[in-house]
Design a binder for this molecule. Structure first.
Ligand code: SF4
Length: 556
């Protein structure tokens, strides 16, 4: 089976040491990316670790396709124990980092420990250097990139960085690359912050050791380059009006499910602001959204659909320029736009301030610096909803993505059982088949098998690593050719990953009690029980420890 190659590089930021370990066996079995990182995290992070303790570990990983020039592969995965959900999770980001990362010769980078000084860490194929960077304290992501450019001649495509939000342990702080691409969900930026790691650069010339089969690669690339998908013009925002018209666009902190000013923030509004094409490394699909407001000259990249929801409809703000400003703030300060926007929406609800875009942006900035009310909001909705006097619209502490489970019941079921809670990227099938009209939006009972296949499919694609937006091009047939394995074998890798996450979370006390929603759905309890049964899990949502093999090497 095709798999990533190269050692695991462990960087201990307490000791300022870097050691390489051969993990060929693990890569052969689990391919790379999220699957390998989850196995390492499961076996090497103590089950009772504190998210902000030195014993927590973070893994930046590639799959074998990151060593190719195929479309839909310019992505990387980040894995760790989340300060938002208190469970194990992965999140992935695009950009141009993956080729520079693999050129250093490693397949995964692991951080452990806690530094007393703020650090930039430089990874090359000649070794690792530690640089103290007190001058970057509370620097924005762009300022940090600029410093690396001026002092090390390395661009934002060579870096991952955190902003002030990560340093200040905001529970939904992101890790950024290429200035605008976010490892967004779950607050892993705050884990780097707790370790005092401000920035990591990658620079090398190692030869690419993975040979990618040719025929499917060429077809995928050509199809991506010639596709007439609307998404190539307006990214994910192209769906905004459709979702509003046919399903639901959560509005004013979930009070409404339609937004009367949707035209002001949807695909057409974005198309008007988009001024050039944007892509991830080698991807001919190029769905990214560099936007500019000609009147003021203000520029950002995005906002994507989820940001349009979190800072638009959820705040009752129908002006795309205001959403662009909030998007840029989150990128520069290093925060997940979904959790930040929904948390601010909870505050606007508590103060009856919907429609106040200026206040929303002020609050966003205060969160990143934990300034005044921002200190409370930096904890996320789950921990502060009582204090604000609003409902807890999260699952496992994760603020909901836009795709509304109250209208798309299969998506609601997915949120309930997902190891990382209210994240729409956890499964890949139910949502797309509902939008495509192949399955009914209503009901949870008949969607269990599809949901499990979608979770396993996403678990594998995050390991390959294949962008979720490439699923119509990198089909199961193409995956089989690329990886020289049956689709069932690939799904099994995804399934093992879901089970390792679940088992880790079980050891931290999470079980069926956490698989809940803040609203009712038809047959939800019955469907969750059936989901456990089909997966072969216990009725209380746990997995027997004997079912989960420990495969990762121990520390020397
Ligand atoms: S489809 Fe879009 S997000 Fe995915 S790799 Fe290509 S440009 Fe990046």
């Amino acid at each position: 089976m095709l798999h990533a190659k190269g050692p695991l590089l462990t960087v201990d930021v307490s000791e300022k040491t870097a050691t390489e370990k051969n993990i060929d066996g693990l890569l052969e079995e689990l391919v790379g990316g999220r699957a390998v990182a989850t196995a390492l995290a499961h076996d090497r992070i103590p089950f009772d670790a504190k998210p902000f303790g030195p014993e927590n570990r973070v893994y930046l990983s590639t799959g074998p396709l990151q060593q190719s020039n195929m479309s839909f592969t310019g992505r990387m995965s980040l894995t760790g124990l989340s300060p938002l959900t208190d469970g194990l999770l992965s999140t992935n980001a695009g950009g141009y980092l993956s080729r520079n990362f693999t050129a250093t010769g490693i397949s995964l980078l692991e951080f452990v420990g806690e530094s007393d000084e703020l650090l930039a860490i430089h990874v090359t194929d000649d070794g690792v250097e530690f640089e103290e960077v007190p001058e970057l304290e509370e620097a924005t992501v762009k300022e940090t990139s600029q410093y690396m450019e001026e002092n090390h001649d390395l661009g934002p495509d060579n870096c991952v960085a955190i902003g002030p939000a990560g340093e200040n342990l905001v529970r939904f702080a992101s890790v950024m690359t290429f200035n605008s691409r976010a490892f967004g969900r779950g607050g892993l930026g705050a884990i780097l912050g707790s370790k005092n790691v401000k920035c990591v650069t990658f620079d090398g010339d190692s030869p690419q050791p993975v040979e990618i089969p040719n025929p499917p690669e060429m077809d995928v690339h050509r199809e991506a380059a010639t596709s007439d998908d609307a998404m190539r013009e307006t990214g994910t925002t192209g769906h905004t009006q459709f979702i509003h018209d046919n399903f639901s666009l959560p509005t004013r902190y979930f009070k409404d499910q339609k937004f009367e000013h949707v035209e002001g923030i949807g695909g057409a509004a974005i198309a008007e602001k988009k001024y050039k094409k944007g892509a991830c490394s080698a991807c001919a699909y190029a769905c990214k959204l560099p936007t500019r407001d000609e009147e003021t000259g203000f520029e950002t990249e995005g906002p994507e659909f989820e940001t349009v929801y979190a800072f638009g409809s959820q705040h009752s703000v129908g002006d795309i320029v205001e959403v662009m400003k909030a998007n840029e703030l989150c990128d520069e300060l290093g925060m997940d736009t979904i959790s930040a926007g929904v948390t601010v929406a909870a505050y606007l609800e508590s103060e009856d301030e919907f429609g106040n875009a200026e206040l929303a942006q002020e609050l966003t900035e205060k969160i990143a610096y934990r300034d005044g009310i921002g200190d409370l909001l930096a904890e996320g909705v789950h921990r502060i909803h009582d204090e604000l006097g609003v409902e807890d619209w999260t699952v496992k502490g994760m603020e909901f993505a836009a795709h509304d489970g109250r209208a798309i019941h299969g998506q609601g079921l997915s949120y309930a059982v997902a190891n990382r809670g209210g994240d729409h990227m956890y499964e890949s099938k139910v949502l797309t088949k509902t939008y495509g009209g192949e399955i009914a939006a209503e009901g949870t009972k008949d969607k269990i098998d599809l949901l499990i296949e979608g979770e396993n499919d996403a678990g594998f694609r995050d390991s390959g690593i294949v962008c979720a937006f490439g699923r119509d091009y990198v089909t199961p047939d193409v995956l089989e050719q690329l990886f020289d394995a049956t689709y069932d074998e690939l799904l099994e890798i995804g399934s093992k990953t879901v089970e390792r996450e679940r088992h880790f979370n079980n050891q931290r006390g999470m079980d069926a009690d956490e698989d809940t929603l803040p609203y009712d759905l038809p047959d939800l309890e019955e469907s969750i029980s059936e989901y456990y049964a089909v997966r072969g899990w216990n009725p209380d949502g746990t997995i027997p420890s004997t079912n989960v093999e420990r495969v990762a090497p121990a520390d020397d």
